[in-house]
Design a protein around this ligand. Structure first.
Ligand SMILES: *[C@@H]1O[C@H](CO)[C@@H](O)[C@H](O)[C@H]1NC(C)=O
Ligand SMILES: *[C@@H]1O[C@H](CO)[C@@H](O)[C@H](O)[C@H]1NC(C)=O
Ligand SMILES: *[C@@H]1O[C@H](CO)[C@@H](O)[C@H](O)[C@H]1NC(C)=O
Ligand SMILES: *[C@@H]1O[C@H](CO)[C@@H](O)[C@H](O)[C@H]1NC(C)=O
Ligand SMILES: *[C@@H]1O[C@H](CO)[C@@H](O)[C@H](O)[C@H]1NC(C)=O
Ligand SMILES: *[C@@H]1O[C@H](CO)[C@@H](O)[C@H](O)[C@H]1NC(C)=O
Length: 623
């Protein structure tokens, strides 16, 4: 074991000037846990979704991609000066979810050049790189060449737009030797068993890919000290079980380190004494750190740390300060980001939110829930089709269509894409009996077993309708807090005593943030936070919209009466699920033939933006 030379003391900086995106908040000094260096060390990001500018409204996550480049550079220098290695990993979903990617034309105009500034040793694709033909083609023609043989695609093929031939998106594996320790590594890069991709790409099931002869040859290579399996795959998943089993059966006790993502959570899984899996959150909130000391030992020591993405943490873990932390290159990249944000006018203010609205940090329904706001204010006032004015509508929006919280204060051009980046419009089925429409909603929300148990259902095990983290909480309808309590009970039963203490919660010197519990305990987060609860939200929210009265703004007199039929209006992303639920509820329709566009050219994103422009004026109280 190699002790960290760094102090875990509570530092007392009162003031930081160097959050690099102008206007981003200074980090709040906090008590930190140190990282434990090993001979082999990793930094890991996942599900960054374009947040390369960091979070401009949250001090804990205010560092940007330029700062991350400085962090990786400094840590690499420090590791190498000791004769150790550092590898940088990214596991996909780099696109969709932030103005820096979504608001340019073409999308990602600035993103790929910024991304490639970080020397990433191993990366792979997520599902978001594959929803649209031009997104995956840009990945293939720009991002893969930017990273060359570091970009691994073990189970993805693409139709090459130049040759029209189906080819691997990137190399299937990478074999290399680390610079200092000379570890011989075989790396694979997977995507979970995704089926929502556009038809110009092919995703092979992971369970099938591991039976391919190239994979079998690769795992039987004798000259390997460590397998690295990266993937846009949850660390607790059938896919990773299959990979683990295949390698373990072939290779006895060789260490295997997995890196995963997709669920947007911090998580760490131990599969056996020589293997583990790290998931490093989402949206540039988390820089995952992992060390193995040592790969060749009979009992390798694995150590993980979830670093909050801010300069206070970065200075601490490198032992540097604002005069000597950032590198020229890191600063240049921060300027590239600033330039792009400026060119895209991402700070343009559309309105000011009178209060904070949460995705899942508050129960639904409740006055602080973004979904309650949508269903009571935005949708009833915005869903309109002049040709269907006499007919009630039941508008169905999947909760996953809203990606992030809305903070009290300025709602900017950037916020628009952060909250709702998707380009789905609204479609509808005419004159559906209201009871049937309600049954469809109940089915979509999993209130009967038929739907979730259905083998034909497009990948329910990945909860495609809800925000991804919901899938991780899903062991029953409970908040993470309860999941943690359940974990504590389980742990205390297994070990005879509770190994976890949550007493920090009552201490006023801690502020809210991640308090992760994983297979290595409750000490993974670098910053010691008080805990935040997360709540279950349904897959979809239905909003009944009555035919609107002649006088704008007047309550419809009959609003308490239920209609006998409605137009079933839905976000077109969920059409395959509507089709299946319709079938189970006896509605005789053929989709997409029997559906129509409800609001021409209007997306949920437009609708929210327009509502905010009209209703959330900025004044002294909110700005
Ligand atoms: C692994 O690291 C932990 C944390 O520093 C230490 O307590 C433990 O003794 C180490 N185990 C081995 C086998 O080196
Ligand atoms: C893909 O096409 C859409 C529609 O034309 C466009 O808005 C988007 O910017 C394109 N994306 C890329 C990555 O070229
Ligand atoms: C992909 O789907 C489009 C319709 O969206 C169809 O026109 C095209 O032929 C399909 N291509 C392949 C290769 O299946
Ligand atoms: C950077 O600053 C820190 C804090 O003052 C100091 O301890 C360290 O020696 C400096 N490191 C270098 C490389 O200048
Ligand atoms: C950072 O560290 C350097 C080197 O130790 C020191 O000269 C400088 O004053 C420190 N800066 C701050 C702001 O603490
Ligand atoms: C930083 O940017 C400046 C000005 O564009 C350039 O001259 C310099 O080479 C860059 N340095 C690094 C390390 O990227």
């Amino acid at each position: 074991m190699i002790p960290s030379g760094l102090l875990g003391a509570l530092l007392t900086f009162s003031h930081y000037v160097l959050a690099v995106q102008p206007g981003s908040p200074s980090p709040i000094p906090a008590k930190l846990r140190d990282i434990q260096w090993g001979k082999l060390n990793f930094l890991h990001t996942t599900d960054t979704h374009g947040w390369l500018a960091g979070h401009l409204q949250e001090p804990s996550y205010s560092a940007d991609w330029g700062d991350y480049i400085s962090l990786a550079t400094r840590m690499r220098e420090q590791a190498e000066s000791q004769g150790w290695d550092l590898l940088v990993i990214d596991t996909g979903d780099r696109v969709e979810g932030n103005g820096l990617y979504d608001s340019s034309d073409p999308k990602g105009k600035y993103l790929y050049d910024i991304l490639k500034q970080q020397p990433i040793d191993l990366l792979c694709s997520g599902n978001h790189e594959l929803y649209k033909q031009n997104t995956s083609e840009t990945e293939f023609l720009t991002n893969v060449p930017n990273f060359m043989d570091s970009y691994i695609a073990s189970n993805i093929d693409i139709i090459d737009p130049n040759s029209a031939k189906l080819v691997p998106l990137g190399p299937r594996f990478k074999k290399f030797t680390t610079k200092k320790q000379g570890y011989r590594i075989m790396a694979f890069g997977f995507l979970f068993d995704f089926i929502g991709n556009y038809n110009n790409t092919r995703v092979q099931r992971v369970e099938d890919a591991v039976k391919e002869s190239w994979f079998q040859e690769a795992i039987h290579d004798d000259e390997i000290d460590l397998f690295i399996v990266l993937g846009h795959v949850p660390v607790r998943s059938e896919e990773y079980q299959a990979v683990h089993e295949e390698i373990r059966n072939a290779r006895g006790n060789i260490p295997i380190q997995f890196f995963g993502g997709h669920f947007h959570i911090r998580d760490y899984a131990r599969y056996d004494t020589h293997s583990s899996g790290l998931a490093s959150g989402r949206f540039m909130e988390t820089i995952g750190f992992l060390s193995i000391d040592d790969v060749k030992s009979t009992a390798p020591n694995f150590s993980r740390r979830y670093i909050d993405n801010n300069l206070f943490s970065f200075y601490h873990h490198t032992g540097l300060n604002e005069t000597n932390f950032s590198t020229n290159h890191g600063r240049n990249v921060s300027h590239m980001i600033q330039h792009a944000r400026h060119a895209l006018d991402l700070d343009y203010v559309h309105g000011c939110a009178p209060k904070t609205l949460w995705v899942d940090r508050t129960p639904y329904p409740s006055s602080d829930s973004v979904y309650t706001w949508l269903e009571t204010e935005v949708l009833p006032q915005s869903i309109r089709n002049p040709l269907r004015d006499g007919t009630s509508a039941l508008a169905v929006v999947n909760t996953g269509a809203i990606r992030f919280d809305i903070f009290k204060g300025p709602f900017t051009q950037d916020s628009t894409f952060i909250v709702s980046p998707f380009t789905s419009g609204f479609k509808y089925i005419k004159d559906v009996p209201y009871t049937t429409a309600k049954r469809i909603v109940a089915l979509l929300n999993g209130q009967t077993k038929i739907f979730t148990a259905s083998a034909q259902h497009p990948h329910t095990s990945y909860c495609p309708l809800a925000p991804p983290e919901q899938c991780a909480y899903q062991s029953g309808n409970m908040a993470t807090k309860d999941r943690q309590t359940a974990y504590l009970q389980r742990t205390s039963q297994q070990h005879g005593q509770a190994i976890i203490s949550l007493e920090v919660e009552s201490d006023p010197q801690y502020f809210p943030g991640y308090t992760t519990i994983d297979d290595a305990g409750d000490d993974g987060d670098d910053t010691i936070h008080s805990s935040v609860s997360f709540y279950q939200v349904p897959n979809v929210i239905p909003t009944l919209i009555h035919p609107h009265s002649t006088q704008v703004g007047e309550e419809d007199l009959d609003s308490s009466e239920e209609p006998s039929t409605v137009d079933l209006v839905y976000v077109d992303f969920i059409e395959p699920y509507i089709a299946l639920a319709a079938k189970f509820s006896g509605l005789d329709v053929n989709l997409p033939q029997d559906s129509d566009v409800y609001m021409d050219g209007v997306t949920l994103t437009h609708l929210i933006e327009n509502w905010i422009k009209k209703n959330w004026k900025c004044d002294e109280a909110t700005s």
